[in-house]
Design a protein. Structure first.
Length: 244
């Protein structure tokens, strides 16, 4: 029945209209649920009033961090701020001391990522710091090496079993899947991410180890438990930058 209906809609050139109507209905229901932005305005107001040291977590997903204003494009917990990182943040200038984003910016195209960094710079206070963790392009390139390390071999086996089965543990399939899967859009290397942060206005940009920082607020934030031991560290590039 569903197939017949879909074919009828296609033949009648009505399928795009129906899809648009369904999408509009979903948007409307979501806006009603969030009371047309009132829920998010209250979440933001409460956080700013209750915290002198203010910390914004962009793209939290289900990884809620205590003491941070957790935000996401599709917030699942009701106390999470809805934030489209590619648009102007619904936040006044100079409000936050710290901003953290883990494995999120790669889900935006390059222009969207640049917008996120510029808006982050705007809402940070002078002396504030941003920390961005994201997949590192050299990690993917190294998976193609002939002289793979034992950890790289184990990573390819794990990734194949979980995401690209029946491919004979082929590094090419793992690499291609990683670039395209989970909504990935742009994979950075250090040079490109550093340049984008500098264009947004950040200075004193430093590379950090996973879960390590000279800033106490940034220590032990990356969610290593979501992957087998050592894999997130192997995948990840982390840069911190200052608003001076």
């Amino acid at each position: 029945m569903k197939t017949a209906i879909k074919k009828f809609l296609q033949d009648s050139h009505l399928l795009p209209l129906v899809k648009d109507t369904i999408d509009l209905g979903k948007i409307l229901r979501y806006q009603v649920h969030r009371r047309f932005g009132a829920v998010d305005r209250q979440i933001l107001t409460n956080y700013l009033h209750q915290n002198q040291v203010r910390k914004l977590h962009i793209g939290c997903g289900f990884n809620m961090i205590d003491g941070w204003l957790n935000s996401d494009y599709q917030p699942y917990p009701t106390d999470t701020l809805r934030l489209d990182a590619t648009q102007t943040f619904p936040i006044e200038d100079n409000q936050f001391d710290y901003i953290f984003s883990e494995h999120m910016i790669e889900h935006l195209d390059y222009a969207g990522g640049a917008s996120m960094l510029k808006e982050s710079f705007r809402v940070l206070r002078k002396g504030g710091t941003i920390r961005v963790s994201t997949p590192d392009l050299p990690f993917l390139i190294d998976l193609y090496r002939q002289d793979k390390s034992p950890q790289q071999i184990e990573y390819i086996k794990w990734a194949t079993d979980n995401f690209v089965p029946d491919t004979d543990y082929d590094d090419v399939f793992v690499i291609n899947n990683f670039v395209r899967a989970w909504g990935h859009t742009f994979i950075y290397d250090e040079k490109t991410l550093r340049s984008s942060m500098e264009k947004a206005g950040f200075t004193n940009i430093t590379k950090c180890d996973l879960n390590q920082s000279t800033e106490a607020a940034f220590r032990n934030l990356e969610n290593e438990n979501r992957l087998p031991p050592g894999f997130l560290k192997m995948e990840t590039l982390t840069l911190e930058g200052k608003k001076c």
